[in-house]
Design a protein around this ligand. Structure first.
Ligand code: ATP
Length: 289
Protein backbone atom coordinates (compact mmCIF):
# COMPACT_ATOMS: atom_id res chain seq x y z
CA UNK A 1 0.00 0.00 0.00
CA UNK A 2 1.28 3.42 -0.89
CA UNK A 3 1.88 5.59 2.09
CA UNK A 4 1.72 9.33 1.93
CA UNK A 5 -0.28 12.30 3.05
CA UNK A 6 -3.33 11.11 1.22
CA UNK A 7 -2.46 7.47 1.12
CA UNK A 8 -2.27 6.36 4.68
CA UNK A 9 -3.10 2.89 5.81
CA UNK A 10 -6.76 2.81 6.48
CA UNK A 11 -8.14 0.08 8.70
CA UNK A 12 -11.66 1.12 7.82
CA UNK A 13 -11.14 -0.09 4.26
CA UNK A 14 -10.87 -3.65 2.99
CA UNK A 15 -7.86 -4.97 1.17
CA UNK A 16 -8.79 -7.40 -1.47
CA UNK A 17 -7.84 -7.28 -5.09
CA UNK A 18 -4.82 -6.36 -7.09
CA UNK A 19 -7.01 -3.68 -8.63
CA UNK A 20 -7.83 -2.07 -5.36
CA UNK A 21 -7.02 1.58 -5.10
CA UNK A 22 -4.12 2.61 -2.92
CA UNK A 23 -6.05 4.58 -0.38
CA UNK A 24 -9.46 3.98 0.97
CA UNK A 25 -11.02 5.76 3.84
CA UNK A 26 -14.22 4.69 5.37
CA UNK A 27 -16.32 6.77 7.59
CA UNK A 28 -19.11 6.39 9.96
CA UNK A 29 -21.63 8.64 11.45
CA UNK A 30 -24.17 8.51 14.17
CA UNK A 31 -27.78 8.12 13.25
CA UNK A 32 -28.81 9.73 16.46
CA UNK A 33 -30.19 13.22 16.21
CA UNK A 34 -30.30 13.23 12.43
CA UNK A 35 -32.96 15.12 10.62
CA UNK A 36 -33.45 12.91 7.63
CA UNK A 37 -36.40 12.20 5.42
CA UNK A 38 -38.52 9.21 6.34
CA UNK A 39 -37.03 5.89 5.40
CA UNK A 40 -38.15 4.22 2.25
CA UNK A 41 -38.41 0.54 1.82
CA UNK A 42 -36.43 -0.97 -0.97
CA UNK A 43 -33.82 -0.93 -3.59
CA UNK A 44 -35.26 0.26 -6.86
CA UNK A 45 -34.39 0.03 -10.54
CA UNK A 46 -31.70 2.09 -12.17
CA UNK A 47 -33.42 5.47 -12.41
CA UNK A 48 -32.00 8.21 -10.18
CA UNK A 49 -34.90 9.51 -8.13
CA UNK A 50 -34.94 12.35 -5.67
CA UNK A 51 -34.59 10.08 -2.65
CA UNK A 52 -31.92 7.93 -4.28
CA UNK A 53 -28.67 8.07 -2.36
CA UNK A 54 -26.53 5.85 -4.52
CA UNK A 55 -27.07 4.28 -7.93
CA UNK A 56 -25.12 1.81 -10.03
CA UNK A 57 -25.84 2.21 -13.71
CA UNK A 58 -24.70 -0.53 -16.07
CA UNK A 59 -21.76 -1.41 -13.87
CA UNK A 60 -19.47 -4.16 -15.15
CA UNK A 61 -16.22 -5.48 -13.80
CA UNK A 62 -14.10 -8.27 -15.28
CA UNK A 63 -11.09 -9.82 -13.59
CA UNK A 64 -8.32 -11.22 -15.72
CA UNK A 65 -8.32 -11.59 -19.46
CA UNK A 66 -8.70 -14.23 -22.12
CA UNK A 67 -10.16 -17.63 -21.40
CA UNK A 68 -9.73 -17.28 -17.62
CA UNK A 69 -11.47 -13.88 -17.40
CA UNK A 70 -14.25 -13.67 -14.82
CA UNK A 71 -17.09 -11.20 -15.31
CA UNK A 72 -17.79 -10.52 -11.63
CA UNK A 73 -20.26 -7.70 -12.32
CA UNK A 74 -22.20 -7.84 -15.54
CA UNK A 75 -24.28 -4.76 -16.24
CA UNK A 76 -25.56 -4.10 -12.72
CA UNK A 77 -28.37 -1.55 -12.49
CA UNK A 78 -29.56 -0.78 -9.00
CA UNK A 79 -30.28 2.24 -6.84
CA UNK A 80 -30.69 2.58 -3.12
CA UNK A 81 -33.09 4.97 -1.46
CA UNK A 82 -32.42 7.06 1.60
CA UNK A 83 -33.12 5.11 4.77
CA UNK A 84 -33.37 1.77 2.98
CA UNK A 85 -31.55 -1.33 4.12
CA UNK A 86 -30.76 -3.73 1.30
CA UNK A 87 -29.22 -7.17 1.64
CA UNK A 88 -27.19 -8.61 -1.22
CA UNK A 89 -27.19 -12.40 -1.46
CA UNK A 90 -26.12 -15.06 -3.91
CA UNK A 91 -23.96 -18.14 -4.25
CA UNK A 92 -20.25 -17.95 -3.55
CA UNK A 93 -18.50 -16.15 -6.41
CA UNK A 94 -21.70 -14.54 -7.69
CA UNK A 95 -20.23 -11.04 -7.37
CA UNK A 96 -21.59 -9.73 -4.06
CA UNK A 97 -18.33 -8.26 -2.82
CA UNK A 98 -17.56 -6.91 -6.26
CA UNK A 99 -20.88 -5.07 -6.28
CA UNK A 100 -20.24 -3.67 -2.83
CA UNK A 101 -16.70 -2.61 -3.61
CA UNK A 102 -17.65 -1.00 -6.93
CA UNK A 103 -20.47 0.88 -5.18
CA UNK A 104 -18.05 2.09 -2.50
CA UNK A 105 -15.46 3.23 -5.03
CA UNK A 106 -13.03 0.59 -3.79
CA UNK A 107 -12.95 -1.25 -7.07
CA UNK A 108 -12.61 0.26 -10.52
CA UNK A 109 -15.40 -0.47 -12.96
CA UNK A 110 -14.87 -1.40 -16.62
CA UNK A 111 -18.16 0.11 -17.70
CA UNK A 112 -21.02 2.05 -16.20
CA UNK A 113 -21.34 4.72 -13.54
CA UNK A 114 -21.65 4.82 -9.77
CA UNK A 115 -23.55 7.92 -8.69
CA UNK A 116 -23.38 9.02 -5.05
CA UNK A 117 -25.80 11.90 -5.13
CA UNK A 118 -24.57 14.01 -8.05
CA UNK A 119 -21.04 12.63 -7.89
CA UNK A 120 -19.94 10.00 -10.38
CA UNK A 121 -17.37 7.98 -8.45
CA UNK A 122 -15.95 6.47 -11.62
CA UNK A 123 -14.65 9.87 -12.77
CA UNK A 124 -12.78 10.71 -9.56
CA UNK A 125 -9.05 10.36 -9.10
CA UNK A 126 -7.67 8.54 -6.07
CA UNK A 127 -7.33 11.63 -3.90
CA UNK A 128 -10.87 12.78 -4.58
CA UNK A 129 -12.15 9.26 -3.97
CA UNK A 130 -10.28 9.07 -0.68
CA UNK A 131 -11.77 12.35 0.47
CA UNK A 132 -15.21 11.18 -0.52
CA UNK A 133 -14.86 7.89 1.30
CA UNK A 134 -13.66 9.62 4.44
CA UNK A 135 -16.75 11.73 4.65
CA UNK A 136 -19.59 10.23 2.64
CA UNK A 137 -19.19 6.47 2.88
CA UNK A 138 -18.98 4.09 5.82
CA UNK A 139 -17.80 0.50 5.70
CA UNK A 140 -18.00 -2.36 8.18
CA UNK A 141 -16.42 -5.77 7.80
CA UNK A 142 -16.86 -9.30 8.99
CA UNK A 143 -13.48 -9.08 10.73
CA UNK A 144 -14.20 -5.68 12.39
CA UNK A 145 -10.81 -4.20 11.28
CA UNK A 146 -10.32 -2.31 14.51
CA UNK A 147 -6.82 -1.09 15.33
CA UNK A 148 -5.64 -3.30 18.18
CA UNK A 149 -3.39 -0.71 19.80
CA UNK A 150 -6.15 1.88 20.05
CA UNK A 151 -9.00 2.08 22.53
CA UNK A 152 -12.60 1.87 21.41
CA UNK A 153 -12.84 5.64 21.65
CA UNK A 154 -9.67 6.15 19.61
CA UNK A 155 -10.87 3.69 16.98
CA UNK A 156 -14.14 5.58 16.65
CA UNK A 157 -12.26 8.89 16.38
CA UNK A 158 -9.99 7.55 13.63
CA UNK A 159 -12.10 8.45 10.56
CA UNK A 160 -12.45 12.01 11.86
CA UNK A 161 -8.69 12.26 12.33
CA UNK A 162 -8.10 10.81 8.86
CA UNK A 163 -10.43 13.45 7.46
CA UNK A 164 -8.23 16.07 9.11
CA UNK A 165 -10.69 16.89 11.85
CA UNK A 166 -9.94 17.11 15.52
CA UNK A 167 -12.48 14.65 16.88
CA UNK A 168 -14.85 16.31 19.34
CA UNK A 169 -14.96 14.06 22.37
CA UNK A 170 -18.72 14.38 22.76
CA UNK A 171 -19.27 13.29 19.17
CA UNK A 172 -17.14 10.20 19.63
CA UNK A 173 -18.75 9.38 22.98
CA UNK A 174 -22.20 9.82 21.43
CA UNK A 175 -21.32 7.38 18.66
CA UNK A 176 -20.19 4.85 21.27
CA UNK A 177 -23.30 5.48 23.35
CA UNK A 178 -25.45 4.84 20.28
CA UNK A 179 -24.06 1.31 20.14
CA UNK A 180 -24.35 0.86 23.91
CA UNK A 181 -20.63 0.93 24.61
CA UNK A 182 -19.97 4.24 26.33
CA UNK A 183 -18.73 2.29 29.36
CA UNK A 184 -16.12 0.56 27.20
CA UNK A 185 -14.58 3.67 25.67
CA UNK A 186 -11.17 2.96 27.20
CA UNK A 187 -11.05 -0.73 26.28
CA UNK A 188 -8.87 -2.10 23.53
CA UNK A 189 -10.31 -4.54 20.98
CA UNK A 190 -8.78 -7.60 22.71
CA UNK A 191 -10.68 -6.64 25.85
CA UNK A 192 -14.00 -6.69 24.00
CA UNK A 193 -16.15 -9.55 22.74
CA UNK A 194 -16.64 -10.04 19.01
CA UNK A 195 -20.08 -8.48 19.19
CA UNK A 196 -18.75 -5.49 21.11
CA UNK A 197 -15.93 -5.07 18.59
CA UNK A 198 -18.42 -5.03 15.75
CA UNK A 199 -20.47 -2.44 17.60
CA UNK A 200 -17.35 -0.28 17.93
CA UNK A 201 -16.79 -0.77 14.20
CA UNK A 202 -20.36 0.38 13.57
CA UNK A 203 -19.81 3.46 15.74
CA UNK A 204 -16.61 4.13 13.80
CA UNK A 205 -18.45 3.77 10.51
CA UNK A 206 -21.20 6.12 11.65
CA UNK A 207 -19.17 8.88 13.25
CA UNK A 208 -18.69 10.84 10.04
CA UNK A 209 -22.40 10.55 9.26
CA UNK A 210 -21.98 8.87 5.88
CA UNK A 211 -24.63 8.98 3.20
CA UNK A 212 -24.36 5.24 2.78
CA UNK A 213 -23.09 2.46 5.01
CA UNK A 214 -21.73 -0.67 3.35
CA UNK A 215 -21.54 -3.82 5.42
CA UNK A 216 -19.66 -6.90 4.21
CA UNK A 217 -20.94 -9.88 6.19
CA UNK A 218 -21.19 -7.85 9.40
CA UNK A 219 -22.53 -10.80 11.41
CA UNK A 220 -20.42 -13.50 9.77
CA UNK A 221 -18.02 -13.81 12.70
CA UNK A 222 -20.54 -13.40 15.49
CA UNK A 223 -22.56 -15.75 17.68
CA UNK A 224 -26.33 -15.63 17.35
CA UNK A 225 -26.94 -13.26 20.21
CA UNK A 226 -24.21 -10.79 19.18
CA UNK A 227 -25.44 -10.98 15.59
CA UNK A 228 -28.91 -10.09 16.80
CA UNK A 229 -27.54 -7.02 18.61
CA UNK A 230 -25.71 -5.87 15.50
CA UNK A 231 -28.77 -6.39 13.30
CA UNK A 232 -30.87 -4.46 15.80
CA UNK A 233 -28.41 -1.58 15.53
CA UNK A 234 -28.49 -1.64 11.76
CA UNK A 235 -32.30 -1.69 11.85
CA UNK A 236 -32.37 1.34 14.15
CA UNK A 237 -29.84 3.06 11.92
CA UNK A 238 -31.91 2.51 8.77
CA UNK A 239 -35.07 3.57 10.60
CA UNK A 240 -33.20 6.76 11.49
CA UNK A 241 -32.54 7.49 7.81
CA UNK A 242 -29.24 5.71 7.19
CA UNK A 243 -28.94 3.95 3.84
CA UNK A 244 -27.38 0.51 4.28
CA UNK A 245 -26.18 -2.01 1.72
CA UNK A 246 -25.18 -5.31 3.29
CA UNK A 247 -23.68 -8.46 1.82
CA UNK A 248 -24.64 -11.54 3.78
CA UNK A 249 -24.86 -15.31 3.46
CA UNK A 250 -27.32 -15.48 6.34
CA UNK A 251 -31.04 -15.51 5.44
CA UNK A 252 -31.89 -14.44 9.01
CA UNK A 253 -29.75 -11.32 8.61
CA UNK A 254 -31.11 -10.62 5.14
CA UNK A 255 -34.68 -10.92 6.40
CA UNK A 256 -34.05 -7.99 8.76
CA UNK A 257 -33.37 -5.77 5.74
CA UNK A 258 -36.12 -4.03 3.80
CA UNK A 259 -35.19 -5.73 0.55
CA UNK A 260 -32.98 -8.54 -0.67
CA UNK A 261 -31.35 -8.61 -4.09
CA UNK A 262 -29.97 -11.88 -5.40
CA UNK A 263 -26.95 -12.16 -7.65
CA UNK A 264 -25.78 -14.94 -9.91
CA UNK A 265 -22.85 -14.74 -12.32
CA UNK A 266 -22.47 -11.02 -11.73
CA UNK A 267 -26.09 -10.19 -12.50
CA UNK A 268 -29.10 -9.29 -10.40
CA UNK A 269 -31.47 -12.16 -10.97
CA UNK A 270 -34.09 -11.65 -8.29
CA UNK A 271 -35.40 -9.29 -5.61
CA UNK A 272 -37.57 -9.71 -2.56
CA UNK A 273 -39.08 -7.03 -0.37
CA UNK A 274 -40.24 -7.54 3.19
CA UNK A 275 -39.53 -11.26 3.01
CA UNK A 276 -39.27 -13.58 5.99
CA UNK A 277 -36.34 -15.90 6.67
CA UNK A 278 -37.97 -18.88 4.99
CA UNK A 279 -38.73 -16.98 1.79
CA UNK A 280 -35.17 -15.63 1.63
CA UNK A 281 -33.67 -19.08 2.29
CA UNK A 282 -35.90 -20.72 -0.31
CA UNK A 283 -34.92 -18.18 -2.93
CA UNK A 284 -31.23 -18.66 -2.14
CA UNK A 285 -31.48 -22.44 -2.35
CA UNK A 286 -33.24 -22.13 -5.70
CA UNK A 287 -30.34 -20.02 -6.96
CA UNK A 288 -27.71 -22.43 -5.72
CA UNK A 289 -29.20 -25.50 -7.32
N1 ATP B 1 -9.03 -9.72 -7.57
C1 ATP B 1 -9.60 -10.70 -8.25
N2 ATP B 1 -8.94 -11.31 -9.26
C2 ATP B 1 -9.50 -12.27 -9.97
N3 ATP B 1 -10.76 -12.73 -9.78
C3 ATP B 1 -11.47 -12.16 -8.79
C4 ATP B 1 -10.93 -11.13 -7.97
N4 ATP B 1 -11.88 -10.77 -7.09
C5 ATP B 1 -12.94 -11.54 -7.31
N5 ATP B 1 -12.70 -12.38 -8.34
C6 ATP B 1 -13.64 -13.35 -8.92
O1 ATP B 1 -14.83 -12.67 -9.25
C7 ATP B 1 -15.96 -13.48 -8.94
C8 ATP B 1 -16.86 -12.72 -7.96
O2 ATP B 1 -16.15 -12.59 -6.74
P1 ATP B 1 -16.81 -11.92 -5.46
O3 ATP B 1 -15.81 -11.94 -4.39
O4 ATP B 1 -17.41 -10.61 -5.85
O5 ATP B 1 -18.00 -12.94 -5.17
P2 ATP B 1 -18.86 -13.14 -3.84
O6 ATP B 1 -20.25 -13.39 -4.29
O7 ATP B 1 -18.62 -11.99 -2.94
O8 ATP B 1 -18.20 -14.46 -3.27
P3 ATP B 1 -18.17 -15.04 -1.76
O9 ATP B 1 -19.60 -15.25 -1.33
O10 ATP B 1 -17.46 -16.36 -1.92
O11 ATP B 1 -17.43 -14.06 -0.92
C9 ATP B 1 -15.42 -14.78 -8.39
O12 ATP B 1 -15.38 -15.73 -9.42
C10 ATP B 1 -14.03 -14.43 -7.93
O13 ATP B 1 -13.17 -15.53 -7.98
Amino acid sequence: MTVGDHHRFDPTAPSRSSHCRPCRAGGLTGWHGRSTPPPSTHATGPKMQSDTVIALEGVSRTYGAGPTAVRAADGIDISFRRGSWTAVMGPSGSGKSTLLHCAAGLEQVDAGRVMLGDTDLTTLDDDALSRLRRTRIGFIFQSFNLVGALTAEQNVALPLRMAGRRPPRAEVRNALAAVGLEERAGHRPRELSGGQQQRVAIARAMVTRPEVLFADEPTGALDTSSARDVLRLLRASADGGQTIVMVTHDPAAAARADAVVFLRDGRIVDRLAGADVRAVADRLVALET
